[in-house]
Design a protein around this ligand. Structure first.
Ligand SMILES: *Cc1c(COP(=O)(O)O)cnc(C)c1O
Length: 503
C-alpha cells in the first residue's frame, strides 16, 4: 500500500474527465433552458424534506457519478432560480456563467489566500481585482482592500477598521469598556440591517447609533446629521463615523455623498459608503454626478455578487489608506514592512481582515471583469437601469397600477383596483393588505419573483433588476402577470368580505 494508496475520495484522471463532462453537459442544459423553468416551485420545507428523505448519515460510500447526477436533479428542480430572466427579488443577481467555471478552477487548485506563500499567483490576482474594482467605481486605484463573503462582511470589516482608527485611546489594549468618551456612530434610517448586527455584536450597543431621518428626497437629512453630531459633542461624546448609502437597499436612493463627506471632514469622522448595491452604477458617465464625493470615502463596501453578477459569495472592502486595515486586523502591525523587501512587499491577506484561511473568490470576479471589460459592464448595468425605468413607466401608464419610486435599477409599484371607494384611510389599509397578499401569491406562483418595500407606509411590490437575462418582453409580461393576479385576488378578497358582511 505504501506507494499505491487507494482512497475512497480520490477521483482519478479518466474518471474525473468523464464525470466532469457529464456535469458540464447537465449545467449547459440547465442554463440553456432556465427561462422555460418556473422561477420557483414554492415548495414547503415539509415537501422538500420528503423529497430529500430522512435517512441518517451514510455508513458507506456511493459512486460520485451517481451522486452528482442526483444532485443536479435536486438542485435544478427544487431551487429558486435567481438566474431566471423574471427574477428581480431582493438584490440577488443572475450569476455569470464564467463565475461557475472559475469556482471549479479555483477549487481544483485550492490556493489558501490567508498568506502569500500559500497562494503566490492567487494573492496577486486578488490585489489586481481590488485595483480594478477601485478603478471601476472611479476612486483612486491606491485604495487597498480585501475580498470577503458579501456586503455584510464588507461593511463589518470597514466598521472595525473605522472604529480602530477613530476610537479614543488604544482600543486594541483597553477594549471598548476602557474607551472614553463614549463613541457614537451615524447612519440613516434606511441603512441595511448589517448595522444592527455591527453595533450589537461588536460591543457598541444600539444606544451608540444615531439613525438620521430621511429628507423629502429619501436621502439622509444632512442638516439633522450635523445637528446630531453637534449635540453629541456638547455632551462630550466622541462621534467616530458616518455611514452613507451608495444606493439604499430598499429603494436605491444614493445619499448626498459630497455633503456627508464635507461634514466628516469638518468633524474629523470616518466616512464610510455602503455601496453593496448601487456603487457599480458609478461606472456610467450619466450617473457620475450622483456619486460625487465617493472618491473621498475612507472606506467603501462593495458586493461583486450583486451588480458584477458574480456567483455567491463575493463582497469587497476598499479602504483609502490600506494601512488602517493592517492596524485593525494585524496583531503585530509594526512588522508589516518587514515581510519581503520595501520595493517588493508581501501582502498576507490574513492581516487585512477577519478570516485566516481564505478561498480564491477573486478568480471569478477577475475573470468576469476581463470577459466583458468596463464597456460590457456599462452596457449591462445601463440596460438593467433602462429596464427598471421601463417597468416604472409601464406601471405609471397602467390604470390599475401605481408607480411609486424609481432609483438606479429598483422600481416600486402597487396594484390598485379600479373599483375602490374614496375613504382614504380604509383604502390605504385595504391596498396594503391586497398588495401584501399579491406579493405572496406572485412569489409562490413561479412566473415572476419580486420582493417588497415599505415606502412611507405604503406596501409596494419591488423589482430590483441586477439581471443580465431580463428583456423588454419580460417587463411587459410582468406587468400583465401582476395585473392578472391582482384582479383575481381583489375579487377573492371582495367576495370574502361580502360573505362575512352578510354572515
Ligand atoms: C445587499 C446589501 C447588504 C448586505 O450584503 P450581503 O451580500 O447580503 O451580505 C448591505 N448593504 C446594502 C446596501 C446592500 O444592498
Amino acid at each position: 500500500m505504501k506507494n499505491n494508496r487507494v482512497t475512497p475520495i480520490e477521483i482519478g484522471g479518466e474518471e474525473f474527465k468523464k464525470i466532469g463532462y457529464q456535469l458540464i453537459d447537465a449545467i449547459s442544459e440547465f442554463i440553456k433552458t432556465i427561462s422555460e423553468r418556473p422561477v420557483t416551485r414554492g415548495e414547503s420545507p415539509a415537501q422538500l424534506q420528503k423529497i430529500l428523505g430522512s435517512s441518517g448519515l451514510p455508513e458507506n460510500g456511493t459512486p460520485a457519478e451517481d451522486l452528482l447526477s442526483e444532485a443536479c436533479e435536486l438542485l435544478f428542480s427544487h431551487s429558486l432560480l435567481n438566474g431566471h430572466p423574471k427574477f428581480m427579488g431582493y438584490i440577488t443577481s443572475s450569476a455569470a456563467p464564467i463565475g461557475a467555471l472559475a469556482d471549479l478552477l479555483a477549487a481544483s487548485v485550492n490556493p489558501n489566500l490567508g498568506a502569500q506563500i500559500l497562494s503566490p499567483i492567487a494573492t496577486e490576482i486578488e490585489k489586481q481585482t481590488i485595483r480594478w474594482l477601485a478603478e471601476f467605481i472611479g476612486v483612486s486605484p491606491d485604495y487597498g482592500g480585501i475580498l470577503v463573503s458579501g456586503g455584510n462582511m464588507a461593511n463589518f470589516t470597514a466598521f472595525l477598521t473605522a472604529r480602530n482608527a477613530k476610537a479614543p485611546g488604544n482600543i486594541k489594549e483597553d477594549g471598548i469598556s476602557g474607551a472614553s468618551p463614549e463613541m457614537v456612530i451615524y447612519c440613516s434610517s434606511a441603512t441595511h440591517t448589517w448595522i444592527d448586527k455591527a453595533v450589537t455584536l461588536f460591543g457598541q450597543g444600539t444606544r451608540s447609533l444615531r439613525r438620521i431621518p430621511l429628507d423629502t428626497a429619501n436621502q439622509m437629512d444632512i442638516r439633522i446629521l450635523e445637528e446630531s453630531i453637534k449635540n453629541d459633542l456638547s455632551y462630550d461624546r466622541k462621534p467616530i463615523m458616518v455611514i452613507a448609502a451608495g444606493g439604499d437597499v430598499s429603494t436605491g436612493v444614493v445619499d448626498d455623498l459630497e455633503g456627508i463627506s464635507s461634514i466628516c471632514k469638518t468633524y474629523d469622522l470616518w466616512f464610510h459608503v455602503d455601496g453593496a448595491y448601487g456603487v457599480p452604477a458609478a461606472v456610467l458617465p450619466e450617473l457620475k454626478m450622483l456619486f460625487k464625493g465617493l472618491e473621498d470615502a475612507d472606506s467603501i463596501a462593495l458586493d461583486p455578487h450583486k451588480w458584477w453578477y458574480s456567483p455567491l459569495e463575493a463582497g469587497c472592502t476598499l479602504v483609502k489608506e490600506p494601512g488602517h486595515l493592517i492596524d485593525a486586523f494585524s496583531s503585530h502591525p509594526e512588522y508589516y514592512n518587514f515581510a519581503g523587501s520595501d520595493q517588493d512587499p508581501v501582502l498576507n491577506y490574513y492581516e487585512y481582515g477577519l478570516q485566516n484561511s481564505r478561498n480564491f473568490r477573486a478568480l471569478k470576479v477577475w475573470l468576469a471583469l476581463q470577459q466583458v471589460g468596463r464597456s460590457g459592464y456599462m452596457k449591462m448595468i445601463g440596460d438593467d437601469i433602462r429596464l427598471s425605468r421601463l417597468l416604472f413607466e409601464k406601471a405609471g401608464n397602467h390604470p390599475e397600477l401605481e408607480a411609486i419610486t424609481q432609483n438606479l435599477s429598483i422600481t416600486t409599484l402597487r396594484y390598485v383596483p379600479s373599483d375602490l371607494g374614496n375613504a382614504v384611510k380604509k383604502r390605504e389599509i385595504y391596498l396594503n393588505t391586497l398588495n401584501e397578499a399579491l406579493l405572496n401569491e406572485l412569489q409562490q406562483g413561479g412566473e415572476v419573483f419580486l420582493s417588497n418595500a415599505l415606502v412611507r407606509n405604503v406596501y409596494c411590490l419591488r423589482g430590483c433588476i441586477v439581471n443580465f437575462r431580463t428583456t423588454e418582453k419580460d417587463i411587459k409580461e410582468i406587468i400583465e402577470i401582476i395585473v392578472r393576479e391582482g384582479r383575481k385576488l381583489h375579487h377573492k378578497l371582495q367576495r370574502e368580505a361580502g360573505i362575512s358582511a352578510h354572515a
